[in-house]
Design a protein around this ligand. Structure first.
Ligand SMILES: [Zn+2]
Length: 196
């Protein structure tokens, strides 16, 4: 029987089998090590990207603001319709001004994604939130910003900044200039705000 090798299956030697297993184990451990180092950062990036895209999609599918639907960004402060009032250099007022003591917290009128936290000449310190239907909500002349940054998600009522007189409002009574932009054009926020 021993002499007749025909009926025996070809067996790899013990040493070569052990070597094979060892090589596979080393390769597997190598992969595990690489994935362990790389995967958390990849998956975090992927997760936040997917979440951001989902938030954008769901915002765009929501209704644009309708009449009397938005809360006052400065609760209890008086709303006056100053839309269209004459401004310097032939401009007309593309929003409304709501007056309050310097430093009064400004609440986002909608949920949305912060698209700007920064300065411009007229508005001074400004915050822009893109809300339902893709409408842009513009808050200007801030004294300071809340702890927010572009691409942050905010909920309705979240504080986005504080009333001031920055930009071309310097020296005037502190107020927030609130503007709404739909498809790039300013619309009057006054009818859209809740009056109580
Ligand atoms: Zn204004």
């Amino acid at each position: 029987m021993l002499a007749d090798g025909k009926n025996q299956p070809p067996k790899p030697s013990f040493v070569s089998r052990v070597l094979g297993v060892l090589i596979k184990a080393v390769v597997l451990l190598g992969f595990l090590f690489v994935f362990d180092k790389l995967l958390p950062s990849i998956s975090e990036q992927t997760q936040s990207f997917v979440v951001a895209k989902w938030q954008q999609m769901s915002l765009l599918q929501q209704e644009l603001p309708t009449e009397n639907s938005l809360p006052n960004p400065l609760p209890d402060k008086r709303l006056t319709d100053t839309w269209g009032a004459a401004r310097s250099q032939g401009r007309s007022h593309e929003g409304i001004d709501i007056f309050a003591e310097r430093g009064t917290p400004i609440q986002s009128t909608t949920q949305g994604i912060v698209s700007k936290v920064g300065e411009n000449n007229l508005g001074g310190r400004v915050v822009v939130v893109v809300g339902p239907g893709g409408a842009g909500h513009y808050y200007a002349h801030l004294e300071d910003y809340a702890d927010i940054a572009p691409n942050d998600w905010v909920n309705q009522g979240d504080i986005i900044g504080y009333v001031g007189d920055s930009g071309n409002a310097k020296g005037t009574p502190p107020h927030v200039h609130y503007g709404i932009y739909i498809n790039g054009s300013a619309v009057n926020p006054y009818p859209l705000l809740q009056k109580d």
